[in-house]
Ligand binder design. Structure first.
Ligand code: G6P
Length: 616
């Protein structure tokens, strides 16, 4: 939520900031702004605009800059409506410092009142302005107009979780950056350095990055980066790491939307995961598990899957697989409920945190809660070096590459594949799966990437279906077993990007409520591939038809029952139930995508949503 960018170096800062914001726009698009120090005018140039980046871009064109340093921001509004005045960067009362912010200042009201008593006037409704005014007041007191010292003194008074980038008029040769539970990375260039909320904004310039840790206050100049830890009150060393993503992965490459491009990348993602995780001897291998961790996994008596949004649906599938293949009890909870639910945990529990970004505020808090209670923590994360990846006892990366579309597709598939492999790995480790059974599972798994390509090739067929139903305002999704989470995920995709109401239900619960909705106008998406509960799904479908409902079915190839009864049918290649969610979700991604496009929605940046939810 909210994207921060900062640049200091030899280039014209404006295009660098604008390009960075473009990459970060998925983090919020309520307003955008930049502040640069113009060397000729010896002053800030501050440009901000309500709405998407395009509005800012138009405005920036009116200005002539001579700037080699600046900060920029794209906003997802928390405190104060989306407006020009609430857009970042914000300046202090003396207008000598500018600040961009991601996160929430929890004691902003108390701080604001204190500052108002000291006659400081506020112009916006944001919590951010409280931060810049507080630092600005401290700045006024420092003898040399030292922004680092001012930030060092003021920041500990601020409660909450946030990241800042700051610039002063008096020392434009330095940028200041601070991180507390919200992501912030420093990009290391030659004769230039960068600050950003995530690495995708840095990829056009550098792949060398420093991930800041909590309470790090960085002093960034053209030539170097120094980090002071407010936790240890000392200068610390943070080593740069090389990022393996490349910029073309973060571009649309001819597709009209990132979502569509990312859907088409799914077979490659799966191939890549299997290549990385399956050894020549047909065993499962996780390169990043620390020594001793597998030993700890052998002692585990219970597993929790904790995550948000789409990752939660992956957790539901993973949890079924863990129970089936390890016979360990496995509970699944959304992070926000887990963290406040006072979970009963001990050293015998394993808490698996599933997250694409590795920065989701509730999942991070859940991780900290689990660690504090002594449980073993394992993060299943896409973004290498993210906070959750670093703080968990162990991490397994999902290797989906950068995902830009707000509606998660390839990251979900990668989470499913990784969690299934984890279930098989644990099963083997705990001697619940024999070598021969593992070999059979791996053999079937290896067919999935090609089967996935096949489903994608036929995806166009869903256009006709989408055309029939795109104007409906209510959709019901039903599934059982491993495909109950698919029903939830299909419904989530549709509502996220088309704004139609969609509800996912366990098909067995249909008679306990949703059946009342069914009439000749109600599309019901029934996920009914081969599975032990297939017959039960067919009964549900009959019940829907008996009430004149519209059945859009997802079934396994050659299913003649479905051919007879479904109004619209989409077939997936045959596979065993445990792998089916990887294939059944693809038609649902297509359906959501097409319905959204036909409704003229902004597929990659749906209203009110943000890709990375770093506030509660
Ligand atoms: C947001 C995104 C979803 C994502 C969820 C959890 O809601 O729009 O796509 O599933 O956050 O994010 P995470 O990064 O933790 O997977």
């Amino acid at each position: 939520m909210c994207g921060i960018i900062g640049y200091i170096g030899y280039r014209n800062a404006v295009p660098v900031l604008m390009q960075g914001l473009e990459q970060l726009e998925y983090r919020g698009y309520d307003s955008a702004g930049i502040a640069c120090y113009d060397h000729k005018k010896a002053d800030f140039i501050l440009v901000k605009e309500k709405g998407k980046l395009a509005a800012l871009r138009e405005k920036v064109g009116d200005f002539c800059f001579d700037a080699h340093v600046g900060i920029g921001h794209t906003r997802w509004a928390t405190h104060g409506e989306p407006s020009r005045v609430n857009a970042h960067p914000h300046t202090d009362a003396s207008e000598r410092i500018a600040l961009v912010h991601n996160g929430i200042i929890e004691n902003y009201d108390t701080l604001k009142k204190e500052l108002q008593r000291k006659k400081i006037r506020f112009v916006s409704q944001t919590d951010t302005e409280v931060g810049v005014q507080l630092i600005g007041r401290q700045y006024g007191k420092t003898p040399q107009k030292d922004l680092f010292e001012a930030a060092k003194e003021a920041i500990p008074k601020i409660h909450g979780y946030f990241a800042f980038a700051l610039l002063s008029k008096d020392h434009p040769e330095t940028l200041i950056a601070y991180k507390r539970s919200n992501p912030l990375v420093i990009g290391i260039g030659q004769g230039e350095n960068f600050v950003a909320s995530d690495v995708t904004a840095l990829l056009p310039y550098t792949r060398q990055v420093v991930y800041l840790e909590d309470d790090d206050l960085a002093v960034v100049t053209r030539k170097d980066v120094r980090v002071f830890s407010l936790k240890s009150h000392s200068w610390v060393r943070r080593s740069p790491v090389t990022v393996h993503w490349n910029i073309s992965q973060a571009r649309k490459q001819g597709y009209p939307h990132f979502m569509l491009k990312e859907m088409h990348e799914q077979p490659e993602v799966l191939k890549n995961i299997l290549k990385k995780r399956i050894t020549k001897k047909e065993d499962i291998f996780f390169d990043t598990l620390p020594r001793g961790f597998p030993g700890r996994l052998k002692q585990i008596e219970q597993v929790y899957m904790v995550s948000c949004g789409t990752a939660h649906h992956a957790g539901l599938v993973g949890s079924l697989a863990i129970e089936q293949y390890t016979r360990l009890p496995c509970r699944t909870q959304v992070s926000s409920e887990f963290r406040y639910g006072n979970p009963i945990l001990s050293r015998k529990d394993l808490v698996v945190l599933i997250t694409q970004s590795g920065e989701t505020a509730d999942t991070l808090a859940a991780l900290r809660e689990a660690k504090a209670k002594g449980a073993a923590t394992l993060a299943v994360v896409n973004v290498v070096g993210s906070t959750i990846a670093r703080e968990a006892d162990a991490v397994i990366y999902t290797h989906a590459g950068p995902e830009i579309g707000v509606a998660s597709t390839k990251a979900y598939i990668a989470q499913l594949a990784t969690l299934l492999l984890l279930a098989f790995y644990l099963g083997k480790l705990r001697k619940k799966i024999q070598t021969s059974q593992l070999k059979r599972l791996i053999k079937d798994f290896k067919k999935i990437p090609d089967q996935c390509s096949k489903v994608l090739k036929e995806g166009k067929r869903f256009e006709a279906c989408a055309k029939k139903y795109f104007s409906r305002r209510n959709f019901l999704y039903l599934g059982r077993g491993y495909n109950y989470p698919t029903a939830l995920e299909g419904a989530l995709k549709l509502k996220e990007i088309s704004y139609a109401h969609a509800h996912g239900y366990a098909a067995g619960e249909m008679k306990h409520g949703p059946i009342a909705l069914i009439d000749h106008e109600q599309p019901v998406i029934c996920i009914a591939p081969d599975s032990p509960t297939y017959d039960k799904m067919i009964s549900n479908i009959q019940e829907i038809k008996a009430r004149d409902g519209i059945v859009v079915a997802i079934g396994s190839q050659g299913d003649q029952n479905l051919e007879k009864i479904a109004d619209d049918l989409f077939m997936i290649p045959k596979t065993i139930e445990v792998f089916s969610p990887i294939l059944t979700v693809i038609p649902l991604q297509f359906l959501a995508y097409r319905v959204a496009v036909l409704n003229g929605r902004d597929v990659d940046q749906p209203r009110n949503l943000a890709k990375s939810v770093t506030v509660e």
